[in-house]
Design a protein around this ligand. Structure first.
Ligand code: GLU
Length: 326
């Protein structure tokens, strides 16, 4: 009997704290190509938990920008499906249930350290570096008296206690990965202000949505061991992971306003044609041999993760001129 592989389920999961920029567009394109080239189901999920940072106008603009690029999805905030709702702000009951389970299993502990103490934005999705270093475990070791004493002064956040073991996985782009025990440290699953942490929400949703293939940006590679620890704590098998290259400005620095109009919204407004942008992004990320205008669906047949570069990609000096023309 021939074992038939289930069609893959993948997703693009933007945080609506700003307009999509070229880097997000490259990630969305590659995630879409990976799934469409295999005849799978593609999901759009809005990761809008951090309410102070996320804005409804961005949640509204993102699907528009993606459609303009030529991408589509089978399930999403505007297209209900079996795993909805597709915005994290509407899924908090699921996160609470997962927390109950982790709490019952003794995998969480309250943390009273302040942000200033730690120089840490603990729920920021962008990996260890941006979280100000691994949490030193201060509150994991508190005695019951110390805990009671701190409780009187401060609402705690909740941290997941990372198991003391190595995490290994094979990344579809980056290749074999291994992270030493404790990599990244114990991380926040619920902030003191009640907002659920990125790692928890993303894993709970990827499990509930039956995601088989996660494709996202390189900046989240070092989140993967923490997510693997959560999969295991929630008794779920992990998906396949692939991390695509970050897109940098021509000077090699992180893409920003300094590099000109780098959001899709701004480029659209300047009259750039989506086929030109897709052509440039596909060429830079190994999905096309030349930077010629093209539609995403024309790239699906030849798509392979193997051709995606393993290091950050710089925009060429003349990237903006390359986008001009019909
Ligand atoms: N929401 C995350 C971000 O915008 C991506 C989450 C993921 O793909 O795992 O960076």
């Amino acid at each position: 009997m021939i074992a038939r592989r289930q069609p893959p389920r993948g997703r693009f999961a933007p945080t609506p704290s700003g307009h999509l920029h070229l880097g997000n567009a490259a990630t969305a394109l590659l995630a879409w190509l990976q799934i469409r080239s295999a005849g799978g189901t593609f999901i759009l999920r809005m990761e809008d938990l951090d309410t102070p940072r996320c804005k409804p106008e961005y949640s509204a603009a993102i699907p528009d920008d993606l459609r303009w690029l030529g991408l589509d999805w089978d399930e999403g905030p505007d297209k209900d499906g079996p795993c909805g709702p597709y915005a994290q702000s509407k899924r908090t009951a699921l996160y609470e249930r997962a927390l109950d389970r982790l709490r019952e299993d003794g995998k969480l502990y309250p943390c009273y350290c302040s942000r200033a103490d730690l120089l840490s934005a603990a729920s920021a999705p962008h990996g260890v570096a941006s979280e100000g270093g691994a949490y030193p475990g201060t509150c994991r070791r508190l005695s019951p008296e110390e805990r009671r004493e701190r409780e009187r002064r401060k609402m705690p956040s909740l941290r997941f206690a990372m198991p003391e073991r190595e995490f290994r996985f094979s990344d579809g782009v980056a290749g074999p990965q291994s992270f030493p025990p404790g990599a990244g440290g114990d991380f926040v699953v619920k902030r003191a202000d009640g907002i659920f942490g990125y790692q928890l929400a993303v894993v709970v949703d990827d499990i509930a949505m039956g995601i088989t293939d996660v494709f996202r940006g390189w900046d989240l590679l070092d989140s993967t061991p923490r997510q693997l620890a959560l999969y295991s704590a929630l008794s779920a098998g992990p998906p396949r992971f692939a991390h695509g290259p970050l897109l940098l400005g021509p000077d090699g620095s992180r893409l920003s306003k300094r590099h000109g109009a780098v959001t899709l919204a701004a480029l659209r407004e300047q009259g750039v044609k989506p086929e030109r942008l897709v052509g440039l992004l596909a060429w830079l990320t190994g999905a096309a041999e030349r930077p010629d205008p093209v539609r995403p669906r024309e790239l699906a047949d030849a798509f392979s993760l193997k051709r995606i570069p393993r290091e950050a990609v710089r925009l060429p000096d003349n990237w903006r001129q390359m986008l001009d023309g019909a």
